[in-house]
Ligand binder design. Sequence first.
Ligand code: FES
Ligand code: FE2
Length: 409
Amino acid sequence: MAADSGNLYQKLYTPLHPDLGTGPVSVEPYISAEYFEREQRRIFDNAWMLACAESEIPQPGSYLVKEVPLVNSSVIFARGADGVVRGFRNVCRHRGNQLFYNECRGKARGFTCKFHGWHFALDGKLRGVTEADRFFDLDKPGLGLTPVMVDTWNGLVFINRGVGTVQPLREYLGSLVDGLEQYPFKQMGLAAEWKVDVKANWKVMIDAFQEGYHVGLVHRNTVQGLFTGPKRPTCRLSHFRLHGPHRAVTTPKNPDFKPSTTEALAFQLAGAGLSQEAGELHGSSGLQWSGLNPGGETDFGFDINIVFPATFIDTSFGWFFTYEFWPQAVDRTFWVAKLFVVPPKTWAQRIGLEMTIIQLREALYEDLTTLEATQKGLSSGAMDTIMLSDQELALRHQHAVVEKMVRGA
Ligand code: FES
Ligand SMILES: [Fe+2]
């Protein structure tokens, strides 16, 4: 059902959620080390967070090694011979050497420690011990790799610290993902990945990615034209949808967008692009893009789906991108951004995809410019509260959910 974009552009969403209020929001949660520690216990001890996509470890033996600040260590995500995705601490059970010294990905039959050669199967079981007969009372079944709590939903792999009571993943995701059960996450492959250690609170970062208020200014050299134009002078988000602690919102496109010469060439060649028309991809790929644009936005760009507390899954036709925000200290966050696309089939599509990757990379760099400066400003003591407009309703919701969990309010 198409909605009237003219009226929608003027619509206010905050009055629909009177429980969230309209007042200023406290700065303390962004700068207090004590608040950060409480968040760790009350939010992150049993939160599900996105770790990777199943398409990154597609076959039995595929593995991915990455730093996961949630569990203070590097984790091996591996698909076993039985097809099951598991997660293990990247630590040899002999004397603690790391099985992998760097983040990496690949395919293997198992994992062998480079120190003394202990060998572990894809399911984590200890399979081989060098000179096993020289050990005393070696409990091989009890010396498998230390597992981490991992589960999958529709092609996405989530991790949980697993302290206390943990909700099953699907139940945790709740109604946020009801419409996306059939979205083809599994059919899209990793096209680009960026990682940055940012000196900012994790919520400063999340805030910056769940509003369109900044787009006209911060992105004036890149994607501004995709989202703003005569009919949409600012990038006002639409169709705010709150799902318990989670939320989603739609980013409309500028209906009058005119691509630059380079963009036009790339889009003409490519099978996927940030401003790709839905129909072309739908017809060419044979995939069903179900669950997108549930509000019926006329000028649909993409949906921002935010899994509380710190995972973004932004979905559109032919591509999705994810943000992982891993809190490390009150003023430090490890950020991972990934773009997944329908794999290009021709060289022309590949070239067009490069254009999309560069465009997205530049836009993300622009987003990064404000984050550390915002943290410095908030930490300066110059103000106790921040102001939020209707367009920042998602921030207000995130703040309210965090406050409720941290303070029990
Ligand atoms: S520490 Fe791994 S085999 Fe010794
Ligand atoms: Fe942005």
